[in-house]
Design a protein around this ligand. Sequence first.
Ligand SMILES: C[S@@+](CC[C@H](N)C(=O)[O-])C[C@H]1O[C@@H](n2cnc3c(N)ncnc32)[C@H](O)[C@@H]1O
Length: 457
Amino acid sequence: MQALRMTWDFVEGNPFSSSTGNFTGQIEYFTKVIDVACSAFVGGNAEHADAQSQAISTNKVISTDPPYYDNVPYADLSDFFYVWLRRSLRPVLPALFATLAVPKSEELVAFAYRHKGKAEAEAFFLNGMTQAMRKLVSQSHPGFPVTIYYAFRQSEKEGDGGAASTGWETFLAAVIDAGFSISGTWPARTEYTSHLKTTRSALASSIVLVCRPRAADAPTATRREFVSALKAELPDALRHLQAGNIAPVDLAQAAIGPGMAVFTRYAKVLDAEGKPLPVREALALINQTLDEALAEQEGDFDADSRWALAWFDQNGFAEGEYGVAETLSKAKNTSVGGMVEAGILESKRGKVRLLKPEELPEDWNPATDARLTTWETVHHLVRVLDAGEAAAADLVAKLGSKAEPARDLAYRLYNLCERKKRAAEALAYNALVQSWPEIMRLAQEVASTQPSQAELF
Ligand SMILES: C[S@@+](CC[C@H](N)C(=O)[O-])C[C@H]1O[C@@H](n2cnc3c(N)ncnc32)[C@H](O)[C@@H]1O
């Protein structure tokens, strides 16, 4: 949180215990580090240089973690320590502590207070980052790609859905203008999801962009060609990301990679007037195609769940007119009465509403449910997850293979809630996907301790 707090607290580990925290355990950790890490030690070298003019990266394999637009004022924060370190370390490292305070003018961040205004700050970031990226394009070892960590989530600031954001757009424009093409993205689970982060949809992964210098003979494409390539390639990429259990909150950002891989395959994408398509527009098209790909997955759900999704999109858990619900049910090949029976809907006095997770019956048993829907499965899982992953695992063990589509529906529901700014519900669906691997692991344990069908007889 970029804040330093004093906490009057003390450690409660018992050094004589036989479990975690005991004295010999600690010694073991250290010896492991010495054995494993230090035996592979080949020596390192650190140098201080401005990324816009450095030559350190010549013929090197590069992996870099650049500043995130206007996320952290590192130089200002560093002053806090610098003034004290300078007093003691200046005689030892005179070159590093030559200035009175931490250098700020070269720092590649977009802070309006360092410039005349917001527009100037953005231009400074774009030009400087492009210059820094050019150095990487021209100097990096030709046999290896450059990997760039990027973890900026603009929607926390502007609530704009994360993808088409100024921070991303400006950064990507710099990477592309410098002559890189993006050949892949690796979402990496780098952020610790502590309590603070699970109670708001904070970023759970960093995105690693894998970049190579763009081929000199890269072709030009029309907007239409770009869009059809996106439509052909993004659905598979989406499946791949979901199979890796990417947190729904990170999905839009992670999909930028495969989308940008298509965009940067071309030297230029030209619009109908022959003008190059700006990064902002490419990002908007990627986001739109991602939405469509998620919507296409709806085809895999049962009719009741498809009806519920369309209804939820319009009304959330609020009441709506019976007549509208009935018409929609015909389009989705189901009926209001049937869905009331299925246990997902309430229909009274000409009004209809979806049941909230906390309204669902606690004694629900999927084995005896004659009209089991994915919608119901997701919301029962949301309900029991409140009591912990073990409770959700018990339910998944009962559901068996019928649990699997629930994760896909949770992705779709998150996407829908984010678009409609329904933060509380979005959080619940995000939490379900994030807990999924652990729920599945626990469910397998439950299943293996239960007597098999053969043993019962
Ligand atoms: C996201 S942080 C990297 C954090 C690092 N990976 C770590 O775990 O400590 C970005 C870094 O880029 C540095 N930076 C900003 N402008 C720079 C410039 N022009 N040249 C070199 N480094 C710069 C910042 O000081 C900051 O340390």
